[in-house]
Design a binder for this molecule. Structure first.
Ligand code: GLC
Length: 415
């Protein structure tokens, strides 16, 4: 049994006054997709606080509709790269890249879990910002209208050091102007974190975008890394569907038609990522499918009905035969699988929640229950850890993680 009060306590303890940090010290600001999950978690016991989470994230939205990966509401020396490395003069200060767009899905869920006039008014107030953000994705990241959006930085995928990005990252120079002063490895074991050379490339990309003046077209043209991430594209398609549902009440008929137009383009484009029996991200510089199966490849189930649900369920069952706990972030049969290192193998509760939702939506109830059950058992036994070893269940990384607590609350409600 999950201790609901303990889970709520993690969210309260990580609350910095209207926004929630992912965990104390290691991540001292507001992160984009973390906050979307956190809002859904708060909605299970405090709807006004859930709306506040979304509203504080949206205070960081740019005029062009970008919702940044990080909003630096208050200064902290505990994290690198801080606002000065990004060099973006806004109030509040922010980073200049984004993260998987879970927000419209979260807003819909908060609204549905706490219907009533307070929620209606708050949803109506944020509607223009959600709409503008989805327009930003289409305009800034898919200017040719291919139906797939481009990701420019591994941090944008939320799965920072996934082996899926290794080959694309290899082409990114390691030179940087800024001295790299990592703080994360002072808080947790370096063996479980991205490597030093990964960080040099991460910062090289940031500097490249700063040189492009944070202009979307300039960034797209200049970036030495460009991928169609299957995770981001699946999450965006799901979010567009949730946005379309919200549009019937909060938008205009023309806005709803516009969203449906994008969905009509995106749904078939996502299917083009089905390659060799799995959904794979695509390297948009080489044009080739990236031959690494990761947990993101199950997320088209979360986007809607997938024609490949049966094959995906069979693959997940095969993975269950190789590790004790679902869902490992990388195929356990892959040579780059590392059960303890961040996105190269460990189980992440938020990804499990999306995969389970997608399995259920595609008629795989028993497998959905297995994924949910594994998630709850891991949290029960090892706490609200950042991530978990799929072979032993050990909790790794930060110990009182907001999004893990949020998922515990969401799943416990359905058990
Ligand atoms: C790491 C994760 C990313 C998450 C952030 C804050 O960078 O890779 O997905 O949003 O930490 O928890």
């Amino acid at each position: 049994m999950i201790d609901r009060l303990a889970a709520q306590g993690v969210l309260r303890a990580n609350d910095r006054g209207g926004y929630t940090v992912p965990t104390d010290r290691l991540y001292p600001f507001q992160w984009n997709w973390d906050s979307a999950f956190v809002a859904m978690g708060f909605a299970t016991f405090d709807a006004p606080r859930a709306w506040a989470e979304i509203e504080s994230l949206l205070r960081g939205e740019w005029d062009d509709g970008l919702i940044p990966q990080i909003v630096f509401h208050a200064p902290s020396d505990d994290y690198f790269p801080g606002p000065d490395v990004w060099g973006i003069e806004r109030d509040p200060r922010t980073s200049g890249i984004t993260q998987p767009p879970v927000l419209a899905t979260a807003a819909r869920k908060v609204l549905e879990s706490a219907p009533g006039s307070g929620s209606e008014a708050r949803m109506a107030a944020i509607w223009p910002k959600l709409r503008d953000n989805h327009r930003w994705w289409a305009r800034a990241r898919d200017p040719q209208g291919t139906g797939l959006v481009t990701t420019l930085h591994p941090w944008e995928t939320g799965m920072d050091n996934s082996p899926a990005w290794d080959a694309a990252l290899d082409r990114v120079p390691t030179t940087t102007r800024n001295a790299i002063r990592r703080r994360d490895t002072g808080h947790v074991d370096p063996a479980f974190r991205p490597r030093a050379i990964d960080y040099q490339r991460f910062i090289h990309l940031v500097e490249c975008f700063a040189d492009a003046g944070w202009d979307p077209a300039g960034m797209l043209a200049a970036s030495p890394l460009r991928v169609a991430d299957v995770g981001t594209n699946a999450i965006l398609l799901r979010a567009e569907r949730d946005l379309a549902a919200l549009a019937t009440r909060f938008g205009t008929p023309a806005e709803r038609t516009e969203i449906e137009g994008r969905i009509a383009r995106m749904a078939p484009a996502l299917e083009t990522l089905w390659q060799d029996g799995f959904y794979l991200s695509r390297d948009l510089i080489s044009g080739a499918a990236i031959p690494v199966r990761t947990s993101a490849g199950f997320l088209p189930l979360f986007a809607g009905e997938s024609p490949h649900e049966a094959a995906l369920a069979a693959t997940l069952q095969a993975w269950a035969g190789m590790v004790r706990w679902l869902v490992p972030s990388t195929d356990p049969a892959h040579p780059q699988f590392e059960p303890l290192r961040y996105w190269r193998g460990p189980v992440w509760a938020v990804v499990n929640w999306m995969i389970a939702d997608g399995l259920r939506g595609n008629g795989h109830d028993a497998l959905a229950r297995r994924v949910e059950g594994d998630t709850l058992t891991l949290i029960d036994a090892h706490g609200f850890s950042e991530y978990f070893d799929p072979t032993t269940g050990q909790g790794i990384g930060g110990a009182t993680f907001s999004w893990t607590a949020a998922i515990a609350l969401l799943l416990e409600g359905t058990r």
